[in-house]
Design a protein around this ligand. Structure first.
Ligand code: SF4
Length: 386
């Protein structure tokens, strides 16, 4: 769908291109507080229940990593170097706080350096377990309890059980609406491209929640009146970690591959399940992050589930192949790509593995590889028809 046909879509696309969008600026001008989520596994609902806005940290628009080079080694992924550079340049100075977990050693180092040099007024760190047993869920619940107390003490707020339940309902509503958007992608000619869909999901991490949900409802209505284009060479599922750059998907789509589904941290993995709205809310949030949502490579013993999840996306979205992506120097997704590649081969699903930098450069080489991959799928489809 052309952006000119939907104001909501236009706002999402613009929000994903910048760190500070107009709705966020307004929120700040009115005295709203914003807490940066340094990576995933952090329940945004606790921040919402505190009357503040959770903001998933990005470094969109970063032009270099010069200010990071003295603090990170070359074996640190470029995501953390761009994040830190942006922090040092004050590009994320609108944040009133930052919270992080030990997702990987790169993020751990980013948090330490951020605390030391960027000095966002409020900083909090949580230990995220690697396993998914009852003991680990309880341990993470304790970490969340600590986060709740720390926010209450630092910002003079009270995070009651009722406020937590309300926040869970609000965030579940977002997930439900986003799933409706994903359902539309199953059509033969989906109204939105994969690039637009990723922008809509990234926008959900940086626009105040009430406004975002209202815009999402508007977008769904706009989509219902629309038919998408045909003539794509192949339907593609993308797999990767914290890919927050719609341009990555755009490169695939510009070569003729329509991205219809994903297993991305900003994508389906964040929306397929709801947080349980009954019982102890902190326990529900801990269980959601560790057990209920589709696993991340960080979680021990889930390789088969993760691989099956990608195959399921291919089936559900009638895709012809998978493009997986890892940031250079990311060991978690390096192993993931190797395992996934073998699994897809066993299932007869074509796969292309790409390595990119956080700020996408070397576009030419990537285009060539994607083009060759799409051609091979198109040829195989043609041969099968004859
Ligand atoms: S891209 Fe990989 S190495 Fe970098 S922060 Fe994410 S998980 Fe860690």
């Amino acid at each position: 769908m052309s952006e000119s046909k939907s104001e909501a879509l236009r706002e999402f696309v613009e929000a994903a291109k910048t760190l500070v969008n107009p709705a966020l600026s307004d929120y700040k001008k009115k005295g709203g507080k914003v807490i940066g989520m340094m990576y995933h596994f952090i329940p945004e609902e606790i921040v919402t229940a505190a009357g503040m806005m959770p903001y998933r940290m990005r470094a969109t628009g970063s032009e270099g990593t010069e200010l990071s080079e003295g603090y990170f080694t070359q074996v640190n992924c470029s995501l953390v170097r761009h994040f830190f550079d942006s922090g040092m340049r004050g590009r994320l100075s609108f944040l009133d706080g930052v919270v992080s977990v030990n997702n990987c050693d790169h993020i751990r180092r980013l948090y330490d350096n951020w605390q030391w040099k960027v000095k966002t007024p409020y900083m909090h760190f949580m230990v995220f377990p690697k396993k998914t047993g009852k003991e680990q869920v309880e341990a993470y619940r304790e970490q969340l309890e600590g986060f709740r107390s720390s926010l209450e003490k630092s910002f003079g707020v009270k995070i009651t059980e009722e406020k937590l339940r309300e926040a869970i309902r609000l965030h579940n509503e977002t997930r439900r609406l986003q799933r409706e958007l994903y359902e539309l992608r199953k059509a033969d000619a989906p109204p939105l491209t994969g690039t637009q869909t990723l922008a809509a999901l990234v926008a959900g991490t940086c626009i105040p929640r009430d406004r975002y949900n209202a815009l999402l409802k508007q977008l769904l209505q706009d989509c219902r009146a629309e038919k998408g284009g045909n003539g794509w060479k192949a339907r593609i599922v993308v797999m990767g970690g914290e890919i927050d750059e719609p341009k990555f998907v755009e490169i695939i789509e510009n070569q003729g591959g329509l991205v219809v589904g994903d297993a991305l941290g900003y994508g389906s993995r964040a929306i397929v399940n709801d947080v349980d709205e009954t019982g102890d809310p902190l326990a529900a949030l801990a269980r959601y992050q560790l057990v209920d949502r589709p696993a991340d490579p960080r979680i021990f013993g889930t390789t088969f589930d993760r691989n099956d999840y990608v195959v399921q996306q291919v089936r559900d979205y009638k895709a012809d192949g998978v493009v997986s992506v890892r940031l250079i120097a990311c060991d978690l997704y390096g192993f993931e790509q190797v395992n996934l590649s073998k699994h897809l081969k066993k299932n007869g699903i074509p796969h292309l593995g790409l390595e990119i930098e956080y700020v996408i450069d070397a576009v030419g080489q990537m285009k060539t590889r994607v083009q060759a991959f799409l051609e091979s799928i198109a040829e195989a489809k043609h041969d099968n028809r004859n």
